[in-house]
Design a binder for this molecule. Structure first.
Ligand code: MLC
Ligand code: AMP
Length: 492
């Protein structure tokens, strides 16, 4: 089934039903039916076609949440054009890498980010695109796609520190939507509060797909804002919320009576993208009267494992494999291990990406006999529940955003005065982890100046929250930095 056939259950099958209420730049709010949404993306598809885009071409966007992102997604699905989402927090260096690698026909963005797009790549202004599309007739001229047609290239950093593009197909997104709608019983009766950014797979692959597949209602906000979040719950009265653990930590700030009232109208809170601390799950249960359902996924595979909707949602675990997904825990030699033994999670299923964009070597390394090696380490209990215990790489997850230390270390080593650098995560009660920089530098090197340089070059969440000057980095006999000893080395 092509993705558009699945969407058409809503776009055409429920054309008169309310589909979305979206906060727009400038402070307005727009409400549309599925039919009106369908027409908007037909108009935009006509404009993209007129600008020369054809099946297989890439189109990037670097935008905060707004209706145009949804229009772009649906228009590209209709045309067979491959969407390349870019995190709005990224700076020129990070955007340059993605654009250089994916070679999109253009980047749709706002004047704020336009200077960060490499000069050779056309920048299409979001407002202008939206205005021009509105002048065109709404005629559907869709390409016939199938499950193997690429729908998106989503960049995710590898252990090398260089982001690789995971090629996600129509079939991957459709399988993910069907698995989640089934497992979490998402129906047209739901009301989904969408506060996750649409440039990552949690918001785009889960939120948008489940909405369009189920025909439920979606309330889109520009970004999660702890000051406004409770008011959104109270005014919109959602039944469904997907969030990263940091959002649940922020929601715990609510007065008990307010939280109870919000919880009373809710059906399901889902958490993922980073570990949900057991005490947050417990405090949330006390305050809101709901046991958060934790699940596990990744950019390359969309969702793999989830606690059950009906049955025990076991704190600290990510639950059981989703429908259609197989999960094995394997030893370093690739052999499946027994229950309760630690190993790497390998997954296979229709949700797993086609490979990395133009990186046959990285694809060959990640896939073995049709299984995808996740790099995540975990155990499976005898009753099937899976607990994640760590990662093969030194990935840091802060507020649900991924940080690869190597990327920061490589930048630090280019700065004057820095002789050696290592970045490691340290626990943070709200963000889960935050990056800390350990640097060996020449006398007189100003750490604050290093921070300023890093802030200018990298997304804000990657800027180390603490800077520690050390005499030497702890290393193994082979010279590899021992990250687990960094904090102790700094204290000595
Ligand atoms: C955060 N910031 C944003 C932003 N999110 N800025 C613009 N748009 C956004 N969407 C910036 C802020 O400016 C600030 O910068 C810093 O990040 C923290 O912001 P905050 O206001 O203090 O927010 P906080 O309450 O801490 O919450 C942060 C957050 C954010 C939860 C809203 O971390 C977030 O949106 N996380 C979601 C990430 C996500 O979708 N991950 C899924 C990846 S897919 P400064 O300069 O002060 O630092 C994946 C697979 C899977 O992992 O399994 O899902
Ligand atoms: P990304 O590359 O941004 O898609 O991040 C995917 C990674 O996030 C996974 O490989 C896991 O390490 C992590 N992750 C996702 N969900 C969870 C979860 N529920 N608990 C712990 N880690 C998670």
């Amino acid at each position: 089934m092509a993705l558009l056939d699945l969407y058409d259950l809503s776009l055409r099958g429920r054309a008169d039903a309310p589909a979305i209420m979206a906060d727009e730049p400038g402070g307005t709010t727009v409400s549309l039916t599925f039919g009106a949404l369908d027409a908007r993306s037909d108009r935009l598809a006509a404009l993209l076609r007129a600008r020369g885009l054809a099946r297989g071409d890439r189109l990037a966007f670097c935008l905060a949440n707004r209706l145009l992102v949804i229009d772009l997604w649906i228009a590209c699905v209709k045309l067979g054009v491959i969407v390349v989402p870019i995190n709005v927090l990224y700076k020129a260096r990070e955007i340059g890498h993605i654009v250089g690698d994916a070679r999109p026909a253009a980047v749709v963005t706002t004047p704020e980010h336009a200077p960060d797009v490499p000069a050779a790549t056309p920048v299409w202004d979001a407002d202008a695109l939206e205005r021009e599309a509105a002048t065109l007739p709404a005629e559907r001229r869709a390409e016939r796609c199938d499950a193997t047609t690429p729908a998106a290239i989503v960049y995710t950093s590898g252990t090398t520190g260089v982001a690789k593009g995971a090629v996600l197909t129509h079939g991957n997104f459709a399988a993910n939507a069907l698995a989640l709608c089934t497992a979490w019983d998402i129906t047209r009766a739901d009301r989904y509060l969408a506060a996750l950014p649409l440039f990552h797979v949690h918001g785009l692959g889960n939120g948008v797909q489940c909405w369009l597949a189920s025909g439920c209602h979606l309330r889109l906000v520009e970004r999660f804002d702890r000051e406004q979040a409770l008011a959104w719950f109270e005014s919109y009265r959602p039944t469904l919320f997907f969030g990263v653990p940091t959002m649940y930590v922020r929601l715990l700030e609510a007065e008990p009576a307010r939280a109870r009232a919000i919880g009373a109208g809710m059906r399901l809170f889902v958490s993922g993208s980073a570990p949900l601390p057991a005490q947050v799950l417990e405090q949330f249960r006390e305050r809101y009267g709901h046991v958060i359902l934790e699940r596990y996924g990744m950019t390359e595979t969309l969702m793999n494992v989830s606690n059950p909707l009906v049955g025990e949602r076991r704190a600290g675990t990510v639950g059981l494999p989703l429908p259609m997904t197989a999960v094995e825990i394997r030893d370093p030699g690739g052999r499946a291990v027994a229950a309760d033994a630690v190993g790497e999670l390998w997954v296979r299923g229709p949700n797993v990406c086609a490979g990395y964009w133009e990186r046959p070597d990285a694809t060959a390394e990640a896939f073995v006999d049709g299984w995808f090696r996740t790099g995540d380490i975990g155990v499976r209990a005898a009753d099937g529940y899976i607990t994640l215990q760590g990662r093969r790489s030194d990935l840091i997850i802060s507020g649900g955003f991924n940080i690869y230390p190597r990327e920061i270390e490589e930048l630090l080593l280019t700065l004057p005065g820095v002789r050696e650098a290592a970045v490691a995560g340290e626990p943070d009660p709200a963000r889960g982890e935050v990056p800390v920089a350990y640097v060996v530098c020449d006398d007189g090197t100003d750490l604050a100046a290093l921070e300023t340089r890093v802030r200018a070059e990298l997304a804000s969440f990657k800027v180390p929250r603490r800077w520690v000057r050390v005499a030497a980095l702890p290393r193994t006999a082979l010279g590899k930095v021992q990250k687990h000893l960094l904090a102790a080395a700094a204290a000595s």
